[in-house]
Each structure stands twice: as structure tokens, then as C-alpha cells.
Write a protein that binds this ligand. Sequence first.
Ligand code: PLP
Length: 474
Amino acid sequence: MKYVSTRGAALGSFSDVLLSGLAPDGGLAMPEVIPTVTPAQLEAWRALSYADLAYEVMRPFITDIPEGDLRTLLRNTYTEEAFHSPEITPLTPLGDSGLYLLELSNGPSLAFKDMAMQFLGQVFEYVLEARGERLNILGATSGDTGSAAEYAMLGKARVNVVMLSPHGRMSAFQQAQMFSLQEPNIFNLAVEGVFDDCQDLVKAVNADADFKARYDIGAVNSINWARVLAQAVYYFRAYLALNLPAGAEADFSVPSGNFGNVFAGYLAKSMGLPIGQLIVATNENDVLHDFFSGGTYHVRPADRVAVTSSPSMDIGKASNFERYLYLIAGSDAVQTRGWWDEVGQSRPVALSGTPHWDAVQASGFRSGRSTHEGRLRTIRAVFDTYGRLIDPHTADGILVGQGYQRPGVPMICLETALPAKFEETVQEAVGQTPGRPARFDGIEQAPKRFQVIPNDVQTLKDFIAANLTAREPA
Ligand SMILES: *Cc1c(COP(=O)(O)O)cnc(C)c1O
């Protein structure tokens, strides 16, 4: 399988795109073609373990790692030890409501990002070892990406992590999860700004090609193709767990920010998985809901991103959205580049009334937004009715998903974090604190290792130069 940029450049193999961030032309990596599965294949996959299902789903996209090695990597990734459940992603019905909770958050950092990041930790080590290279991961996080990346890369010999997060904008628990890590290959930087500022700093460093090469800078943020691909697996897993008659549809509701998770669902649907609706559930930061309801994509500057009780969805632009519009345009890189020239200048891209808008509507996407009050109400209702505590992101997905339920069609709501990660909001909703896995008891009191930096590219580069080893000049 060869990869191309959404803006047209040829990018090479899976391993090549794995280790790079944005494509040289500013676009995102996409497979040249999307392989499809037959109903018979799908049926045969029902009996597989999670790891072996992951192998079947991902194999056609990863043709440059020997089959046996890929299978071993996946079996080493999706273990009961790491995910605290033999099923890896249990699917739990909420009574007879037709709603299901897809549990994606039982991994090391208690959020769904572990699903992909744990695989990245394994495959990075494998590819770097094979190539005799090192990688310094520079990333931006609004909370969950950072901890998932750091837990995945802990102690990996050929990898360092430099993680930027918006200073003072994460929950106490999220902060403690990341900042308590003492391993010397993990560097936490708290930036005086919002998440989009962090993301812009990462982009600015990546735009300096010399610096990037000298320090072996790479990415694990949500644009990484391997993450999207790994996330497609649990859509298959959940669908198969329902045991529906052949061809019957299921709907998915996905708490969304950077559009990586729900895009993985779209990838699964494009491969032939019978997904009906893909519901993009946003919080008050509703650029995506604006698009799917009105046809105009208009990114918001960092200072117009609201701080909400579902902080992992507090975004003003959705970094994976370009992948979706690229497919909507029929893989037309010229069209995509035209749109993103506008997006790059913060101008609206209006599709309503065009053939592209028809394609959007035919793609199965629906959307909605939640407010703080709505999320609290949903946490309370789910707790009172089903005795189950959920986190505010998951509540957003359930709230919006309920509005799109169809008779007889299962609505699978993705549990993107455990309530323990967002104790304050859960406490506000139900008047009690959710339990947390024993390994996190008292983590807020653990010694912290992090540094505050201003929102400034040069300061970041100086930090990297002072703490990481540069490549020998050729
Ligand atoms: C990252 C995250 C999201 C948003 O996922 P995207 O792939 O960025 O759309 C939602 N909920 C939680 C808990 C997250 O960590």
C-alpha cells in the first residue's frame, strides 16, 4: 500500500508516514485506495480475538511489515494486562434503550486514545530498531493525547516525548497523570495559552525543516495515520459483537474534537462495515456541528475556544477534517488544497448548494452539540437509570446520540474516558466521586516533573536543543 498527501504529494509506505507528521506539502497522509471487506470476510472475523481482528483490518494498509511481525506487534499491544479486560473493548447495553456503551477507556491512561497509542508505542520501537533511527515526539495535548502518548512511550529506548499542554487548563487528575511521570525520556511543557496555541507551536517547529531533521522530530498527535487506522478496529469489533443479521446497520455516536475518532468510523464504513449514521457530538465548541448542520466550515481562532467541562473536545479547528473532505471530494487533492488555502486564512468554506454537499449528506454523518447543563443531566440520568457513572465526554455522545436513535437500530456510544479522569464534573452531576483504579490512588500528591513556558517558538526550540541530542552532521 502506497500513501499520498491530501494535497497531492506521494508519501511512500506505512512506515514512512508513521514516522512523519504533516506531509511536506502541508497535507495529511491517506492510503492511495481504501480496501474493502466482503460480508463473508466480516462474518469470519466475528470469532477472532481483538488482536487478530486488528491484524485483519489493518493488514491491507501495512504491507511493508512482514505478516508475522505485524501479528506479533498487535498481540503484544492488545493484551488483558494493558486493557484490563479479555475483550479489550467490551460492549455494554444500557438496559433495553437500544443504546450501547463501547468501553474504550480501560487502558493505561483511562481514555480511548490508549487504543491507538499503545499500538504506536510498539510499532515505533519496531520500525526505529529496524532502521537504526531515533525519534523525538513533539506533541500538543488538551489532556488525553498527552497522557496516552507518554504511557505508550515510557522507557522506550529510541523515543523521547516532548509534550505541550495548555497551562492550567487540564483537570487536576489529567495533570497529575502526565506530570507525575519521572522517566527521563518524558518531557512535559505547560504552555501559557490554549490548546490551539500548543498545536501552532508544534506546527511552527515542524515548518523549520532543518531543525526538524537535526532533532529527529516526529509526531503522535491526532493527525498520525497509524492512530486513525488503529481506531477503525473497534468499530468492527463493536459491530460484530452485536450479532446482527447480515447487512443490518448500526449507528455510532462519537464525542468529537479533532475528528480523528469519528473519521476512523468513516474509514470502517468506507471499507464496507454496515454503519448507518456516524454522529459527530460536539460540546460548546461546535465548529463541526456548524458544518454538518449548515454546510459551512469556519475555524475559530484560539481566543474564541471556550473552556468547557469536556476539555478534550475544546478545539477551534479539527485537524483530521481535511481527510474527510478529501474523500468527499473524490480524493481530489487540487480541490482539497483550494479549500485549505481558505481554511488556512480563517475564511469560511461553504459547501451547501454544491455537489460536495450532497456527498456530505450521503456519507451518513449527523451532528449535535451539548452544553454543560446537558452533560450534567445526562450523567445523572444514566447513573439513576442504569447505575453506571460516565464521564462528561461520553455524556456528550449519549446526549446527542439519543436524538438520532432509529427504531430497531442499535446506537453505539463511544466511552472516550473513564469518569475518574473528570471527577469534579461527575461530582457536580451526581454528588459523589467516581472510583478510580487503585494504581491512581493519591496521584495528585505525587511529585511533579514539568516546566512552564511562554507561547513562543524560540523558547520551545531552545528547550529542545538544550535537552535532546542533535544528529551528527552528515
Ligand atoms: C481526544 C478525545 C475526544 C475527541 O476525539 P477526536 O478524535 O479528537 O475527535 C473525545 N473525548 C475524549 C475523552 C478524548 O480524549
